[in-house]
Write a protein that binds this ligand. Structure first.
Ligand code: IFP
Ligand code: MG
Length: 219
């Protein structure tokens, strides 16, 4: 299997749903099914925060969510946990600046998708050099989903990266909703990623449709 092409990565990043059991109003399997029906293009399993599952329970939930994604042709990305990603043969991993070094992770996962969080130009340049397939840039707006989130930077950070020649696929993250997704895309992002906008919606199906509409109206 070869590395994912940049163009395909950009298409996959359009409507990127990130979720774990602690984020969901509905049962996780239901929330994911509705999000897929609503048009997400990529999924990340992020089992993190107080009350998150660990060990066997985390493994089982990952397998169940992965099975739903595989049936519907949605790539399955695992956050942080490279060993879990390898154990279940996930489609990729996402790592932050405080996780394992991106170069080491790239060696471990071969041609699987590698996403790296970046908060500034230096981190973005380092992620490109390490062989990332995409970078997650943010938090764009204030977020409640990540307890240790950095200061929100606004969509201008994405424009700054593009103006400084960062051409790698970029997904914005942090407090993104159907209302502000358009300006994130206009700033030069290839897509938007969300947790609570879909996971805590009373209708993840409707929330996803509205978010997808905002993204595709501003491609
Ligand atoms: C902290 C994160 C930052 N960005 C992303 C993504 F949207 F996938 F790029 N995922 C994360 N878990
Ligand atoms: Mg991390």
């Amino acid at each position: 299997m070869a590395r994912i092409a940049s163009e395909e990565m950009k298409q996959r990043l359009k409507v990127y749903f990130i979720m774990g059991s602690v984020n969901c109003k509905k049962p996780p399997l239901e929330a994911l099914t509705e999000a897929i029906d609503g048009g997400i293009t990529l999924f990340q399993f992020r089992e993190k925060g107080s009350g998150a599952l660990v060990g066997e329970q985390k493994y089982e939930l990952a397998k169940q969510l992965q099975a739903i994604c595989q049936k519907r042709g949605i790539p399955f990305i695992v956050n942080d946990d490279v060993e879990l990603a390898l154990a279940i043969d996930a489609d990729g991993v996402h790592i932050g600046q405080d996780d394992e070094d991106a170069r080491i992770v790239r060696e471990k996962i071969g041609d699987k998708i590698l996403g790296v969080s970046a908060h500034n130009l230096e981190e973005a340049q380092a992620a490109v050099a390490a062989g990332a397939d995409y970078i997650g840039v943010g938090p764009i707006y204030p977020t409640k989903s990540k307890a240790d989130a950095k200061q929100a930077q606004g969509p201008g950070i994405i424009r700054l990266l593009r103006d400084h020649g960062i051409a790698i696929p970029i997904v914005g993250i942090g407090g993104i909703t159907a209302e502000n997704a358009g300006e994130v895309m206009s700033a030069g992002a290839d897509g938007v990623s969300v947790i609570s906008a879909i996971a805590s919606a009373s209708s993840p199906l409707l929330a996803t449709k509205q978010l997808a509409q905002a993204v595709f109206n501003n491609e």
